[in-house]
Design a protein around this ligand. Structure first.
Ligand code: GLN
Length: 195
C-alpha cells in the first residue's frame, strides 16, 4: 500500500457539442483524475488540462466564440496547461484549415485538411503503433481530418495512409481519431501525464 498522497490531476472536457460523455467515462477509468465539464471561462481556472472533443468543428467553433472562450482557452494553453484535441478538436487546435469558415484556436503549428479521409461512409477503425504511447492502439476515425502540414516545433506521432493523424507540440496534443470510443485508455493516460 502506498502511504504518500498521489497528486490529483483535474481534467476538464469542453462541453459545447460532440463526444463529451465518452471522454468523461474514459477519464473516470484513470486513477487520480478528477473531471469536470467546461462551458464557461471561470471553469478553466482550476484545471490542469482541457479536452476539446470530436463533433462538428463549425458548431464547436461558433459556440466557443458565443461563450467567450476563444481567448481564455488560448491563455490557458499559453500558461503551459495541457490541451488535447480529438478529431474536430484537432481541427480547432490547428493554425489553418481548408475550410476557413472555422475560427481556429491556433494552439499548435499545423495545417489541417478537414474531412481528409472523406465523408461518413469513409469512417473506419484501425490499430496504431505510437512510439511514445504503445503498440496496437485501437483508433476510430469518423469523418476524420488529417494534418497536411506541420511546423518544425511539432512532433508527428502517428500516420495512416501516409497522412499524419497524431501530433504534439509541448503541452498540446492532437489526434484525428476518437480514442474515447474504445476501451483502451493508454492515449488518455499519456495526455494526463503531460498535464
Ligand atoms: N469532420 C468533422 C469536422 O471537421 C470532425 C468529425 C469528428 O469529430 N468525428 O468538424
Amino acid at each position: 500500500m502506498y502511504s504518500s498522497k498521489p497528486s490529483i490531476k483535474h481534467i476538464g472536457v469542453l462541453n459545447l457539442q460532440g463526444a463529451v460523455s465518452e471522454h468523461m467515462i474514459m477519464l473516470s477509468s484513470i486513477n487520480n483524475v478528477q473531471t469536470s465539464l467546461v462551458q464557461k471561462t471561470e471553469q478553466l481556472a482550476r484545471l490542469d488540462g482541457l479536452i476539446i472533443p470530436g463533433g462538428e468543428s463549425t458548431t464547436i467553433s461558433r459556440l466557443i466564440k458565443q461563450n467567450g472562450l476563444l481567448t481564455p482557452i488560448q491563455q490557458f494553453a499559453k500558461q503551459g496547461k495541457g490541451v488535447f484535441g480529438t478529431c474536430a478538436g484537432l481541427v480547432l487546435c490547428g493554425k489553418t484549415t481548408t475550410h476557413n469558415e472555422v475560427e481556429l484556436l491556433n494552439l499548435i503549428d499545423i495545417s489541417v485538411e478537414r474531412n481528409g479521409f472523406g465523408r461518413q461512409v469513409n469512417s473506419f477503425e484501425t490499430t496504431l503503433d505510437i512510439a511514445v504511447v504503445g503498440l496496437q492502439i485501437p483508433a476510430v476515425f469518423i469523418r476524420a481530418p488529417y494534418i497536411a502540414k506541420a511546423g518544425k516545433a511539432v512532433q508527428q506521432l502517428a500516420f495512416v495512409q501516409q497522412h499524419c493523424i497524431m501530433a504534439e507540440q509541448n503541452n498540446i496534443l492532437v489526434c484525428a481519431f476518437h480514442p474515447e470510443l474504445t476501451n483502451d485508455n493508454r492515449i488518455m493516460r499519456y495526455f494526463v501525464d503531460k498535464c
